[in-house]
Design a binder for this molecule. Structure first.
Ligand code: MN
Length: 231
């Protein structure tokens, strides 16, 4: 096989305890999946889950113990953090039932769904796609993936984010509106899940802006910390 130009390299994420890396296929994100975050965004109640995607090359994979760097993006004056549990799919499938969903999970990681909130809000008002607010370069930082066997009780894990050492977000994965199994059930009814898919499962309340020079440190349970500097 030859190409008219060199194909882009495969995006991948380190795996805790292994030399092999996790190759990324797609990046799915769940919208408004914690009640208190839904409220701060002006919504209430349990609405059906909804999804958006980021391109795989939006992923910024940070090695264990390292500080990742993202550039402050263009066009925005309101660049928000969203700390999220990321579910890494190891076995694909379609129409997966929630009760069977955990067989499809390779592992879990800490991620940030970075958002150009002003642009997202403009698109919402106009009923237009969120892509410009969500699916831009370096918008999906992620730490190393911990395989399920070593990940502990992720469905009941604390999730938190500090900016420059001050708490911004603190909640618990148990407060997901649509839990991990239900999320996979809904996603796999709409798309064929593939090995390498990442699912950013939603953010708790406390989303707010960051500026150049800020350092973000976040974690979910025993999945280690993700540290990102806004350059
Ligand atoms: Mn999000």
């Amino acid at each position: 096989m030859s190409y008219v130009f060199a194909p882009a390299p495969t995006v991948s994420v380190p795996v805790v305890g292994r030399a092999e890396r996790f190759p990324v296929h797609r990046v799915y994100c769940v919208g408004r999946n914690y009640e208190e975050h839904a409220k701060e965004m002006g919504f209430t109640g349990r609405e059906p889950p909804f999804f958006f995607l980021k391109p795989a090359d939006a992923v910024v994979a940070v090695e264990a113990g390292q500080t990742g760097s993202i550039a402050y993006p263009t066009l925005t004056k309101n660049f928000h953090h969203e700390i999220e549990l990321v579910v890494a799919i190891g076995t694909g499938g379609r129409n997966i039932k929630a009760a069977d969903a955990f067989k499809h999970i390779y592992g879990y990681a800490v991620g940030l769904d970075m958002t150009r909130r002003d642009l997202q809000n403009d698109m919402k008002k106009q009923g237009r796609p969120w892509c410009i607010g969500k699916a831009f370069e370096q918008s999906a930082p992620i730490g190393p993936i911990t395989p399920v066997a070593d990940a502990g009780d992720v469905p009941n894990a604390e999730i938190w984010l500090q900016v420059n050492g001050t708490d911004r977000q603190r909640s618990n994965v148990s407060k997901l509106i649509w839990n991990i199994g239900e999320t996979i059930e809904h996603l796999s009814a709409a798309w064929d899940l593939q090995p390498g898919d990442l699912i950013y499962s939603g953010t708790p309340e406390g989303v707010a802006a960051v500026v150049q020079g800020d350092t973000l440190v976040g974690s979910v349970g025993g999945l280690g910390t993700l540290t990102i500097k806004v350059a």
